[in-house]
Ligand binder design. Structure first.
Ligand SMILES: Nc1ncnc2c1ncn2[C@@H]1O[C@H](COP(=O)(O)OP(=O)(O)OP(=O)(O)O)[C@@H](O)[C@H]1O
Ligand SMILES: [Mg+2]
Length: 235
């Protein structure tokens, strides 16, 4: 579905991605793991067209997309929920959610129906629909941001650190919801520092370091590797 081949992305002279290659197949949850500064967010920004790669190719559904505008990439079905839950603080939860559907030409009746589908996934948002974005907790903002992304009916949903800064119980709930979204038919590229919990729901995983992939495998194998690394460190 999505294939990055030899991507190089820079911020001015700083090379953030060097030879980044990875693949996401339809129906999968793919985890992209790595330490701070490894290039995870830059990878998502490059895929969504916010940054232009200096080298390499990106293909989505068999078509090159690395020269398209961010708007066109959204129209092709790639939605990026950025780091730090960027919702509109001065808009209500409902308005934030509905904004997610603006890239598509659909009737208000259909918007309302789809809003209901999102609320089935995030029932916690129902009592908050008329509250302003700024008044929400971190977890509620994250649900609102992901819900808004889903309103665009993405083929591929890219989530940047959805668990960051959330309380442990809410984190668990968040991963469970991502799995549910995937089972409903959305392919997911999940960027996380929380390796254990993301690998527990992912099909496959990649580990990035200094702007390139240093390991990739079935999620269960990577998870075993982490267990071994921890056991080794404990000796
Ligand atoms: N706006 C920017 N200007 C200059 N350099 C940047 C910018 N954003 C990121 N970088 C650099 O690019 C590299 C990759 O950063 P990126 O944000 O992709 O990492 P990350 O894996 O998402 O890290 P984190 O886990 O901290 O979010 C880092 O070396 C970082 O310092
Ligand atoms: Mg990041």
């Amino acid at each position: 579905m999505l294939r990055l081949n030899g991507i190089e992305t820079r911020y001015g002279k700083i090379v953030a991605l060097r030879n980044m290659s990875l693949e996401v197949r339809e129906g999968e949850i793919v985890a992209l793991l790595g330490m701070n500064g490894a290039g995870k967010s830059t990878t998502l920004k490059t895929i969504s067209g916010l940054l232009r790669p200096k080298a390499g190719t990106i293909e989505f559904m068999g078509q090159p997309v690395d020269q398209l505008s961010p708007e066109e990439i959204v129209r092709r079905g790639i939605i990026h929920v950025p780091e730090g839950r960027k919702i509109f603080p001065g808009l209500t939860v409902k308005e934030n959610l509905i904004l997610g559907a603006t890239s598509r030409k659909i009737s208000m009746t259909q918007v309302k129906q789809e809003l209901q589908e999102i609320l089935d996934i995030f029932p916690e948002l129902i009592p908050l629909l008329d509250q302003l974005g700024w008044s929400l907790s971190g977890g509620q903002q994250q649900m609102c941001a992901i819900g808004r992304g889903l309103m665009a009916k993405p083929k591929l949903l890219m989530l940047d650190e959805p668990s960051l800064g959330l309380a442990p119980l809410i984190v668990q709930n968040m991963f469970h919801t991502i799995q549910k979204i995937n089972r409903n038919g959305t392919t997911v590229l999940l960027v996380e520092q929380n390796a254990r919990q993301s690998l527990a729901i992912a099909h496959r995983g990649y580990v990035a370091e200094a702007g390139k992939i240093v390991a990739s495998d079935e999620a269960s194998n990577l998870l075993n590797g982490i267990h071994h690394a921890y056991l080794g460190a404990a000796k």
